[in-house]
Design a protein around this ligand. Structure first.
Ligand code: HEC
Length: 681
C-alpha cells in the first residue's frame, strides 16, 4: 500500500529518507543508552522526533516510533499516536502497538489529568485502548465515559466499550440498551458491540442478560436482527416460538440471523430445524436444510436433495453451495444420494464450480452432479500437446477486446480473485503484467489445470473449526488469538484461534479447476488472447497508474430530497448496498455500458443524477489537479464541494464524485491525477 502513495510534494530523494532513518536510529540509541541524559536532551530529542514521526517515508516513521518508546512520558505517547494521521501498514501498526504498550502508564496519566484530550482524536483513542492491557482499558473507559451515553450514541464510545470494556462497562451499556436509552441506530450498534466483546474476547456484561429478548419485538429490522445475533453470541437463544415467527420475518437479515442462532445452539435446535425444513417458503426450507447439515450431515441428506432439485437460479444456487460445501465431508456424503436425473442445470453447474474451488476437489460430487443433470464433466487430463495447440490458436485467432469481456463475466469470478492495475480481488496473483511475463503455454495451463503448478506465495491453508466447518483461503494476518484468512470470495474471514481444530496447507490450488468448462472454444481463445496482452505496450497496459480504476455507482432519486437525505452520497459507507462496485476497463475507461448496467436497477422514484464515486489518498497535504474526460455537463465534486479547478486537500483519504446527467450518460468517463493516489482496495 505504501508503495502506491506517491503523493504530491513528497521528496522522492532516497538520501532524505536515509538521513531520517539514521537520525531516528541514533536518537533511539541515544535514548536507550543515556540513563543519565539531562531533561533538555530529552526535550530536544522529542522535538526532532516530532518531525520524524510525520515524515513522508514509512521507514522513518517506524524508527521514530521505536525511539519514542524509549523516552517515557505523555508527550512521547501523544507523538506516537499522531502517526495514525498518516497512512498505516501492518509493520507500523505493530510498532505503534508495541510503543503504546510501553508508554501505557504515562498516557493513561495524561488522559486522566486532562493533558491528553480525546476530542477529535477518536481513532487514536481507539487504537490506544486496544493496545493496552484489558484492565487498563477498562479503568480508562470507566473514567472518560462517566455516566450514560447520549441517546443517539454519538461519539466512538459504544464501539470502544465493545472493543475494550470490562464486565462493568459492558453491563452499563447493556442496561442503557434494554431500558430504551438509545435510538434505533445506536441500539443496533450497542447490540453489535456487546456481540463483538463476547466473540472476540469472551467478555460478557455483568448483570441480567435476558432483558434483551424484548427487543425482538422492535419495529426496527436492524434491531431485531442484531438482538438475534447477540443472543447467538451469548449462546442463549430465544424461545422456539419466537424463532419460528422470526424465521418468516419480513426482513432478510432477521431471517438469516435466525439460522445463525440455531446453528450456534447446536443439536438442541434439530427438532425446530426439521420443522422449518418443510416450511412453505423455499428459501426457508433451503436455509433449514443447510443449518441441519451443519449439525447433522447424515440426517439432513433428504432435505438437501430436495433443496437442490429446487435450485434453478444461478445466484441462489451459488449461495446454497457456498453454504453447504464448507461443511466437512458434505460433498462425499451427498454424492451417492443425488438422483440419476432431474437435477436443474443451474444447480449442477454452480455446484460443480464450487466443488472445485478453494483447494477443494470434490470429484465424487462433480461427477454425480454432471450425471444427474446431463452436463459433461470435462475432467480429462490435458496433455502438453493440447495445451501448446490451444496457445497457438489463441495467438492466431483470439480477440483480446472480446476476451476482456469474458474475463469480466461474473460467473467466472476472475475479478473476485485477481486484480489488474491493483483493482480487483487479492486471492490470486495480480494479472497486470502476466502477458508480458508469462508464456502463452503457461497461461493456458494455469487456466485448464490450476493444480499443476501453484504459484509461490499463493498456497492456501485449510482450517477446520471445532464446530465442523472447513474454511480455506490465504493468510492475511495472524495474532496470538486470531487468524485472518482471505477466502475465495475475496472476503476476510476472522477465526478465533481457540476455535481451530486443525490447520493444514491446501493440497490443491485455491483457483477452481473446470472454470473454462462453461465457455465455448472462441470464448476460451479470446480469454487467453486477452491475458497474453496484459502488460504489453498498448491498450492493455495497466501498469502506469494515475487513473481511477475502482468505482462505485448509484443514482440520486427524488425521494432522497423528500427524506431529507440530500447528502447521503458523502456519508454512506462505500460498502453500503446503495453503491454498486464497478471496475474500469484495463485501459482505465469507465464505459457507458458499464455505467448503465450498474445503475439500471428498477427504482420507484425517478433518477435525478447518476453518481460515480472513487477515492484518493494523500500522504501529505497538497494541491490536486484532476483531469476528467467526459462529456459537457458532467461535474466533478470532491469532499462535498464542486471542483472546477485544482483543489487543496489534507493528508488522508478523500471522496471524489462524478455527477452525471442520467439522460446524457457519456460514452466513457476517465479520471486522472498524478498528485494523489487512487484507492484501489
Ligand atoms: C477463487 C479464486 C480464483 C478465481 C475465481 C480465479 N483464480 Fe486464477 N488464481 C487464483 C490463485 C489463488 C492463483 C495462484 C495459485 C495457482 O497458481 O494456482 C491463481 C493463478 C492464476 C494464474 C497464474 C498466475 C501466475 O502468475 O502464475 C492465471 C493466469 C489465472 N489465475 C487466471 C485466472 C482467470 C483468467 C480466471 C477467471 C476465468 C481466474 N484466474 C479465476 C485464484 C483464482
Amino acid at each position: 500500500m505504501i508503495g502506491r502513495l506517491k503523493a504530491g510534494g513528497v521528496p522522492s530523494d532516497g538520501c532524505v529518507m536515509f538521513h531520517g532513518i539514521v537520525l531516528a536510529g541514533a536518537l533511539w540509541l541515544g535514548a536507550a543508552s543515556t540513563l543519565a541524559a539531562t531533561s533538555s536532551d530529552a526535550t530536544s530529542r522529542l522535538e526532532t522526533l516530532a518531525q520524524l514521526v510525520k515524515d513522508p517515508h514509512p521507514r522513518v516513521r517506524l524508527e521514530a516510533l521505536r525511539a519514542l518508546a524509549k523516552i517515557p512520558g505523555a508527550r512521547s505517547a501523544e507523538l506516537a499516536l499522531s502517526v495514525l494521521d498518516q497512512p498505516m501498514d501492518p509493520t507500523l501498526d505493530y510498532a505503534l502497538w508495541l510503543t503504546i504498550n510501553e508508554l501505557s502508564e504515562p498516557w493513561i496519566a495524561a488522559l486522566e489529568s486532562g493533558a491528553w484530550k480525546s476530542e477529535g482524536r477518536e481513532k487514536q483513542l481507539a487504537f490506544a485502548l486496544k493496545s493496552i492491557r484489558p484492565e487498563q482499558a477498562s479503568r480508562v473507559l470507566g473514567r472518560v465515559i462517566g455516566g450514560r451515553l447520549p441517546k443517539d450514541g454519538s461519539g466512538p464510545w459504544i464501539e470502544l466499550i465493545g472493543q475494550a470494556g470490562g464486565p462493568k462497562e459492558l453491563g452499563a451499556l447493556l442496561q442503557q440498551t434494554v431500558t430504551g436509552g438509545f435510538d434505533d441506530a445506536a441500539t443496533t450498534r450497542a447490540l453489535a458491540a456487546l456481540g463483538e466483546a463476547a466473540r472476540t474476547r469472551k467478555a460478557r456484561p455483568e448483570g441480567d442478560t435476558q432483558g434483551i429478548l424484548k427487543l425482538l419485538g422492535s419495529p426496527n429490522d436492524s434491531v431485531r436482527a442484531a438482538t438475534l445475533r447477540l443472543s447467538g453470541d451469548w449462546k442463549t437463544p430465544p424461545p422456539a416460538d419466537s424463532l419460528i415467527r422470526l424465521a418468516s420475518d419480513s426482513s432478510e437479515s432477521v431471517r438469516s440471523a435466525v439460522f445463525e442462532v440455531l446453528r450456534l445452539q447446536g443439536t438442541g435446535s434439530l427438532p425446530l430445524l426439521k420443522q422449518l425444513a418443510s416450511d412453505k417458503d423455499p428459501a426457508t426450507r433451503r436455509r433449514a436444510a443447510l443449518t441441519w447439515a451443519a449439525l447433522d450431515l447424515n440426517g439432513a441428506g433428504p432435505a438437501l436433495v430436495a433443496a437442490i432439485q429446487g435450485l434453478d437460479q444461478e445466484q441462489t444456487a451459488q449461495e446454497f453451495w457456498r453454504g453447504l460445501l464448507p461443511i466437512k465431508g458434505s460433498g462425499k456424503s451427498l454424492a451417492p444420494q443425488l438422483p440419476a436425473s432431474g437435477i436443474p442445470q443451474a444447480a449442477a453447474r454452480t455446484g460443480m464450480r464450487v466443488a472445485r474451488e478453494g483447494g477443494r476437489n470434490d470429484m465424487d460430487l462433480v461427477l454425480a452432479l454432471a450425471k444427474g443433470s446431463g452436463l459433461s464433466a470435462d475432467t480429462q487430463a490435458f496433455t502438453g500437446q493440447l495445451i501448446r495447440e490451444m496457445a497457438a490458436k489463441a495467438a492466431a485467432t483470439g480477440n483480446p477486446q472480446r476476451g476482456e469481456l469474458v474475463y469480466r463475466r461474473s460467473d467466472l469470478a476472475c475479478t473476485t480473485c485477481h486484480a489488474i492495475g491493483g483493482a480487483g480481488g487479492r486471492v490470486g496473483p495480480d494479472m497486470t503484467s502476466i502477458g508480458a511475463s508469462a508464456q502463452p503455454d503457461y497461461l493456458v495451463e494455469s487456466l485448464l489445470m490450476p493444480n499443476a503448478k501453484i504459484k509461490e506465495g499463493y498456497h492456501g491453508v485449510v482450517v477446520e473449526t471445532k464446530d465442523g466447518q472447513t474454511v480455506s483461503g490465504t493468510v492475511v494476518r495472524e495474532s496470538g488469538n486470531e487468524l485472518v484468512l482471505r477466502g475465495t470470495a475475496n472476503q476476510e474471514i476472522v477465526i478465533a484461534k481457540s476455535d481451530i481444530e486443525s490447520r493444514n496447507q491446501a493440497s490443491a490450488s485455491l483457483m477452481p479447476a473446470g472454470l473454462l468448462d462453461p465457455l465455448n472454444e472462441t470464448e476460451q481463445l479470446d480469454l487467453v488472447a486477452f491475458l497474453s496482452q496484459l502488460g504489453k505496450p498498448g491498450e492493455f497496459d495497466a501498469s502506469k497508474g494515475g487513473v481511477a480504476r475502482k468505482w462505485r455507482l448509484s443514482n440520486i432519486v427524488h425521494t432522497d430530497q423528500q427524506n431529507g437525505q440530500a447528502d447521503w452520497m458523502w456519508k454512506k459507507p462505500l460498502q453500503d448496498k446503495r453503491w454498486t462496485e464497478v471496475l474500469s476497463r484495463v485501459n482505465g475507461d469507465l464505459t457507458r455500458t458499464l455505467m448503465e448496467n450498474a445503475t439500471k436497477a428498477n427504482m420507484w422514484s425517478s433518477k435525478i443524477a447518476v453518481l460515480a464515486v472513487t477515492e484518493v489518498q494523500l500522504a501529505q497535504p497538497g494541491t490536486v489537479r484532476f483531469q476528467l474526460t467526459a462529456t459537457k455537463g458532467t461535474e466533478l465534486w470532491v469532499d462535498g464541494s464542486k471542483a472546477d479547478g485544482p483543489v487543496s486537500l489534507g493528508a488522508g483519504t478523500h471522496r471524489v464524485i462524478v455527477r452525471i446527467d442520467p439522460n446524457h450518460i457519456p460514452d466513457k468517463i476517465r479520471l486522472e491525477t498524478s498528485d494523489a493516489a487512487f484507492v484501489l482496495n
